[in-house]
Design a protein around this ligand. Structure first.
Ligand SMILES: Nc1ncnc2c1ncn2[C@@H]1O[C@H](COP(=O)(O)OP(=O)(O)OP(=O)(O)O)[C@@H](O)[C@H]1O
Ligand SMILES: [Mg+2]
Length: 317
């Protein structure tokens, strides 16, 4: 018996979200925001919180500073039933933050990466690899230490019989310098969105991108927003699954991370890949029924109820 079903390794920061802003800020001037939220940010944390909400035993490995934001992150993860004893507290680096300026449908973000940029393989307690069935890694371009050691971590996981999933997320530097040919053979489930896959492979269309990764993947699931997702298997077979239509999207923040949590929820149970895909789509759609990445996932009962009422899906978590 493993202590955890899933360990999420990755980035942790706080989101300072400013809403109802008078106008665009200009250098040398000042504006008012009429509303502010301080909350747990980061893609990997949304994944961890939501898969824990589905009932999966989840731990987090990430680096935070010895400061107020670090405490906020630790408490927020613990409140979501994510095990926090493997968090690494740095005395050297502060916890990072993203300042989000919300303008209606659109946002402008600035991120200070802080401690999360510095975590490497050496910082990770290797016991974690014996204690889990699955490791999920996300936002690799936001964490230079982790990116440098990605292959090492994936190989170590593979040697310990641990399956892995990887969601690269966006590259803020837009260089997309990840050697996917070397990395992907060690990734059990690769989880990019369609744009990211094209940029990573330098392809002008999705079919070319799929052809390029095919010799290297085990399983790849491509997220296509309101168009659903495409499952690609090693033998080249593809399965398209349309999204669960949500007529009243509140916002799609974190939909991709929620999709990942739904897919991996079924994957660790040994369900078929098409069932993993269907469930990923459903959890992604549920995400869009409430604001931000985690607020639709308050309890198993609530998730079951949204699935039934909004998407006519009967699920039992
Ligand atoms: N408007 C929507 N209605 C229904 N389902 C949606 C909608 N938007 C997204 N989804 C579901 O969520 C999944 C993931 O969303 P998306 O493709 O936006 O991921 P992403 O680009 O990785 O997002 P993120 O910014 O969270 O990383 C989609 O494959 C789809 O199943
Ligand atoms: Mg994404």
């Amino acid at each position: 018996m493993k202590k955890f079903d899933v360990v999420a390794i990755g980035e942790l920061n706080t989101d300072i979200i400013l809403n109802k802003i008078d106008g665009f800020p200009q250098v040398g001037k000042e504006k008012f925001a009429k509303d502010m939220t301080l909350t747990l940010g980061s893609s990997t944390a949304i994944f961890a919180a939501n898969i824990a909400a589905l009932g999966v035993k989840t731990a987090f490995v990430g680096m935070i500073g010895n400061d107020v934001f670090g405490k906020l992150i630790k408490n927020s993860l613990a409140e979501k039933s994510v095990y926090t004893n493997f968090l690494i507290q740095s005395d050297k680096y502060p916890t990072g933050a993203t300042i989000v300026l919300n303008y209606g449908e659109d946002r402008a973000n600035i991120t200070f990466q802080g401690a999360m940029d510095f975590m490497t393989f050496d910082d990770i307690d290797k016991k974690i690899f014996q204690k889990t069935k699955h490791i999920h890694i996300s936002s690799i371009f936001m964490q230079s230490g982790l990116k440098k050691d990605l292959l090492k971590i994936l190989k170590f996981a593979s040697e310990n019989g641990v399956r892995t999933s990887l969601d690269t997320q966006w590259d803020p530097s837009e260089k997309w310098d990840l050697d996917y040919k070397t990395i992907l053979p060690y990734v059990s489930v690769f989880m990019p969105n369609e744009k990211e896959l094209q940029l990573l492979t330098g392809s002008s269309d999705l079919n070319t991108a799929i052809e390029k990764i095919l010799p290297f993947i085990n399983v790849c699931i491509i997220k296509c927003g309101k168009n659903g997702s495409i499952l690609v298997q090693k033998d080249g077979t593809q399965h398209y699954q349309e999204a669960f239509l949500n007529e009243n999207v509140v916002d799609a923040i974190g939909a991709g991370d929620s999709f990942n949590s739904g897919f991996i929820y079924q994957f660790i149970k040994g369900q078929s890949l098409t069932e993993c895909q269907r469930f990923g789509n459903l959890i992604g759609a549920i995400n869009t029924t409430a604001s931000g990445g985690t607020s639709a996932f308050t309890s198993k009962e609530n998730i079951e109820q949204i699935a039934k009422e909004k998407f006519k899906q009967s699920i039992s978590l």
